[in-house]
Structures are given as structure tokens and as C-alpha cells.
Design a protein around this ligand. Structure first.
Ligand SMILES: Nc1nc2c(c(=O)[nH]1)N[C@H]1C(S)=C(S)[C@@H](COP(=O)(O)O)O[C@H]1N2
Ligand SMILES: [Mo]
Length: 236
């Protein structure tokens, strides 16, 4: 199935991971892939990693190109109330050192800013400047097991997402606490959300409270929208 922008992406991809691979790498034989197959994450992730490396850095925009008025708030539930003082981000699962990080712990890591286009599958897009830490830096603190091919992100509003490992480790995938030069607003995911130029908006969880490193995906629990038929990989 060829990649197509916009609403064409809202297709039911019943074969899950194999479809994600075909979508990206049309023609490659990924017959051994499937959410339930032991070790299946390895060939998928190896191919994705090579593909992401071959793309190089995703071009960014200038700060004066941000489009604050175009970023629409898209919430499936009410905005959750989160006390920044007691907030902790947990990192658990297939890691050597499970973590419980405060916002101060995250602020002590190297801070990045990137100006990218956020693309919602519902037909709007906005250039946004996101500020925060590389997800890869947080994962390095935890020490990810080589067996961890996938990540699950839990959010305070009950939203959840699962990602492939190479996208999570990409240098332009951030856990952000700032938006357009100011603290991240509550409606946009404060205190912590995902941001990446590599995936559609619905992959970019807001109000992230937990990251779990997984060996395989539960085919019935791949994400809030994915379980309704939206594409799992959702690449841009
Ligand atoms: N926790 C959570 N994260 C979420 C959502 C949500 O409803 N809950 N909506 C997603 C969708 S569909 C999009 S397009 C973006 C919207 O981000 P924004 O509200 O900051 O524009 O957040 C994504 N992350
Ligand atoms: Mo979206």
C-alpha cells in the first residue's frame, strides 16, 4: 500500500506491523513480521533504523515561521490536572535502571529546540517550535535492553500510544515542556509531551506520565486511535 498524505492515511491496516513495514519499504519481504511472532521486532526495527539514517536530519523551520494560530487543540478527553511539583515521569519495562524523573531531573538534561510542522490526520497542520530534552537522552539514562523493540507511552488523560524503537531514539524526537518559546500550555500537554517531525500528530502523546519498554506489541492495544483503525506507524 503506497503512502498517501491526508485522509488517505486513515486506512484500516489489519496486518499491523507487516503493513507498517510495507508502507515504508514497499517491496521488501517482511514475511516474518507480526505482532505475535517472537523476535519480530528485530527485522522491523533494523529496517526502520537504516531507513531513518538514510533520510538524514529532517529539515527544520526558522523561529519566525511558527504558526501559533494554526495549532488547534485536539483532545479526546478533558485536560487533566497535573501538579508540576509532584509530577514524575516513569521509565520502566525492559530497562536496566527503571526511572522516576521529576521535572527538575528533566530540566537538568541538555535542552533542545526544534521548529517543525505538526500534521494532524484531520487535515490541519502548524509550524511549531518545541523545546525540551531528547527522548534518546532519557532512554540512555534508563539503559534500554536490546530486547526492547517498542515503547508504550501512557498519558494522564488515559490516552496511550506505542512506537517503534528507532523513531523514539531519533535525535529529533523530543519530550517537550516548552512551545513557541514559552512554557507548554496545559491544553497542549503540560508538563510533558512528545514531539517529532517523523510522525503524525496522534502519535505525539500529550501529558505523558509513563514510558514502558516492550519486547512486542499487544495487537489489541497499539494506541488510542490505532485500535480504532488508524495506521500504527503514521510516518511523515
Ligand atoms: N494525551 C493525549 N495526547 C494527544 C491527544 C489526546 O487527545 N490526548 N491528541 C493527539 C492529536 S490527534 C493531535 S493532532 C495532537 C494535538 O496536539 P495539540 O492539541 O497540542 O495541537 O495531540 C495528540 N496527542
Ligand atoms: Mo490529530
Amino acid at each position: 500500500m503506497p503512502p498517501s498524505p491526508g485522509p488517505g492515511r486513515r486506512q484500516l491496516l489489519q496486518a499491523g506491523l507487516a503493513s507498517a513495514g510495507q508502507l515504508l519499504l514497499g517491496g521488501c519481504a517482511l514475511n516474518d513480521l507480526g505482532p505475535g511472532v517472537a523476535g519480530a521486532s528485530r527485522p522491523l526495527n533494523e529496517r526502520l533504523e537504516a531507513w531513518l539514517q538514510s533520510r538524514g536530519p529532517i529539515p527544520e523551520f526558522r523561529r519566525d515561521q511558527v504558526e501559533p494560530q494554526r495549532l488547534l487543540v485536539n483532545n479526546f478527553q478533558a485536560v487533566p490536572q497535573i501538579d508540576p511539583a509532584s509530577f514524575r515521569l516513569s521509565v520502566e519495562g525492559l530497562v536496566h535502571r527503571p526511572l522516576s524523573l521529576s521535572l527538575a531531573d528533566l530540566a537538568a538534561l541538555p535542552q533542545r529546540e526544534m521548529v517543525i510542522r505538526h500534521v494532524c490526520v484531520e487535515g490541519w497542520a502548524a509550524i511549531v517550535a518545541w523545546g525540551g530534552v531528547r527522548l534518546a537522552d532519557v532512554l540512555a539514562l534508563a539503559g534500554v535492553s536490546p530486547l526492547a523493540g517498542y515503547l508504550a507511552f501512557d498519558s494522564a488523560d488515559g490516552y496511550f500510544e506505542t512506537w517503534d524503537r528507532p523513531t523514539a531514539l531519533h535525535p529529533q524526537t523530543l519530550l517537550v515542556s516548552r512551545m513557541n518559546g514559552a512554557p507548554l500550555p496545559a491544553a497542549n500537554g503540560a508538563p510533558l509531551r512528545l514531539a517529532t517531525p517523523l510522525k503524525l500528530g496522534y502519535k505525539q502523546s500529550k501529558w505523558v506520565t509513563g514510558i514502558r519498554l516492550l519486547a512486542s506489541l499487544d495487537p489489541l492495544r497499539r494506541g488510542t486511535w490505532e485500535d480504532q483503525g488508524y495506521e500504527w506507524f503514521a510516518g511523515l
